[in-house]
Design a protein around this ligand. Structure first.
Ligand SMILES: Cc1cc2nc3c(=O)[nH]c(=O)nc-3n(C[C@H](O)[C@H](O)[C@H](O)COP(=O)(O)OP(=O)(O)OC[C@H]3O[C@@H](n4cnc5c(N)ncnc54)[C@H](O)[C@@H]3O)c2cc1C
Length: 486
């Protein structure tokens, strides 16, 4: 596969149509299923193409945390007073410096409605809250602080509220999130073709996308889309060639955060029809050194024994700092009372009775780690962290030997990664050219697009499933409402 684009097929080269529908959705994951449901409900005869034996995609292997706020049923039942205004302030920060204001606004204004829409489909969220810092609730509880809401510099700019909502199942619950949504796609009456991958757009002389060429086994199908094609085929972390071309920094990842099918084929197909690629260098990196949340009372240092981030930040932010500030070479320093095993089973780089010995064992410049800990401990005695503004809740001197350095280097532990770049779109789903013009007949949503959140360092857990399902719905409605092509 060429990592630049997948060239479109000219309509003139299509001898005959094998199928005809109003709307053709490419990919039956979170975005595609929601796009198809809304397209059918708006009256469009809708076909969903899915490359795998069944839909679900990365959405179905995810943890099942969705970002909602502004006063959901769960937030109210758990006693949290959130507002659309405060959610919008936070999501604007979380979406990153280049955030699309329309996407931020629509996502927040409609968050309660979107929660209710998913619940109506059968997605189950329990009215329960988990306190403390965690990657997600491990039981079937729902609500938790899933991002940087309580963390400097976010907490000073938006009133914090917990907005991570996990589906009511133990452990990784993405399959339980997707099951009712996949069933709804069928129940509303969308036609689904499994083991059928879209390969190229079909484009008329005017540049309108009028269908796709797809492959099912040995058969090549020319599929006409009277109103529109919606690309919902996921990200590109599994396409090494694309990552190397667009996002070399992401090559540090040693675990792809995907179902193995995030091969970028939808993005390349859209680019071949003239779509602009945006934010392709960005990804979300995750090195899960907590829970246990006692680890947040430790300190992260680089190879020179220097701190570089407030350790209580969300993992997307701390891992981004490990990569870009510490060059992928970081250690978490804890004392005996704080040490605990992580879910990712981090190894120990060294354990020593004194900081002098620890510094030596880690081959750090003499005196640097010792000095860092002296300064940290002095401030932590007063519950302060003037250098990095870690919350007082996690400031406590490291003083119970032995002391451990937990290996957070990219060579020694898991750095998971997913991509945050893709086709440029309007909030309503239309794919845009480099000049900002809409490509007639072409829509996209989910990780096929540069979506709601554009930066790993500001991301909050749940922003991908929230984004893909919400903007999938909008793309489905837009395509269904488009004027038909003859
Ligand atoms: C382990 C893990 C945990 C995660 N946890 C969370 C979480 O808790 N919360 C959160 O917000 N995000 C989470 N994520 C990220 C999130 O799951 C994804 O970013 C999101 O699901 C992407 O949704 P999508 O609809 O864009 O793509 P997908 O859900 O991957 O759907 C794309 C579909 O398109 C199909 N496809 C691909 N190419 C073609 C083609 N050419 N033709 C036809 N079909 C094609 C694929 O087979 C797939 O079914 C997690 C990811 C992983 C891997």
């Amino acid at each position: 596969m060429n990592a630049a684009t997948t060239r479109a097929t000219a309509l003139a080269d299509v001898a005959a149509w094998d199928r005809e529908h109003d709307v053709v959705v490419v990919g039956h994951g979170g975005a595609g299923a929601c796009a198809a449901i809304e397209a059918v409900r708006a009256g469009a005869d809708t076909l969903v193409l899915e490359k795998q034996t069944r839909g679900g995609g990365s959405s179905a292997v995810s943890t099942g945390v969705v970002y909602f706020g502004g006063g959901t049923r769960v937030q109210k039942a758990c006693g949290f007073d959130d507002s659309v205004e405060e959610m919008t302030k936070f999501v604007r920060l979380a979406a990153g410096r280049e955030a699309d204001d329309d996407k931020v606004r629509l996502f927040c204004d409609n968050s309660v409605e979107h929660f209710d829409w998913l619940v109506d489909l059968g997605v189950d969220f329990k009215d329960s809250y988990v306190a403390g810092k965690t990657t997600h609730p491990f039981d079937d509880s729902c609500l938790f602080y899933s991002g940087n809401e309580l963390v400097h510099p976010f907490k000073e700019q938006a009133t914090p509220a917990p907005r991570g909502h996990k589906v009511a199942r133990e452990g990784e619950a993405g399959g339980y999130f997707m099951e009712p949504i996949l069933q709804a796609t069928e129940a509303v009456g969308a036609t689904i073709l499994n083991e059928c991958g879209a390969e190229r757009a079909i484009v008329d002389d005017a540049g309108r996308v009028v269908g796709v060429v797809a492959r099912q086994g040995d058969s090549v199908l020319n599929i006409k889309a009277r109103r529109g094609v919606i690309l919902c085929a996921g990200g590109f972390i599994d396409n090494k060639e694309m990552v190397a071309k667009h996002a070399t920094d992401l090559l540090i990842a040693n675990w792809n955060c995907s179902d193995g099918f995030d091969d970028g084929s939808g993005i390349l197909l859209g680019a071949g029809a003239g779509g602009e690629l945006r934010n392709m260098h960005e990804g979300l990196a995750l090195n899960a050194y907590y829970p246990p949340d006692g680890h947040l009372k430790g300190i992260l240092v680089d190879r020179n024994g220097q701190r570089f981030i407030n350790e209580d930040a969300y993992l997307g932010r701390t891992t981004d700092a490990m990569i870009f500030k510490a060059g992928g070479h970081a250690y978490l320093i804890v004392d005996d009372e704080l040490f605990g095993q992580t879910q990712a089973f981090h190894k120990l780089a060294a354990v020593e009775e004194t900081f002098e010995e620890l510094e030596k064992a880690l081959e750090m410049p003499e005196g640097e780690l010792v000095h860092t800990i002296e300064v940290y401990n002095r401030n932590a005695e007063r519950g302060e962290d003037p250098l990095h503004n870690k919350s007082p809740d996690y400031c406590r001197p490291l003083s119970a030997p032995p002391y451990a350095a937990i290996d957070c280097t990219s060579a020694g532990c898991i750095y998971g990664m997913l991509t945050l770049g893709g086709l440029a779109t309007r909030a309503s789903g239309e794919v845009l050219t480099q000049d900002g013009d809409e490509i007639s007949g072409l829509y996209a949503a989910g990780r096929n697009t540069a979506g709601l959140c554009l930066e790993g360092r500001t991301y909050a857990s749940g922003m991908s499933l929230g984004d893909v399902t919400f903007f999938g719905r909008l793309a489905g409605r837009s395509a269904a409402a488009a004027a038909p092509w003859e």
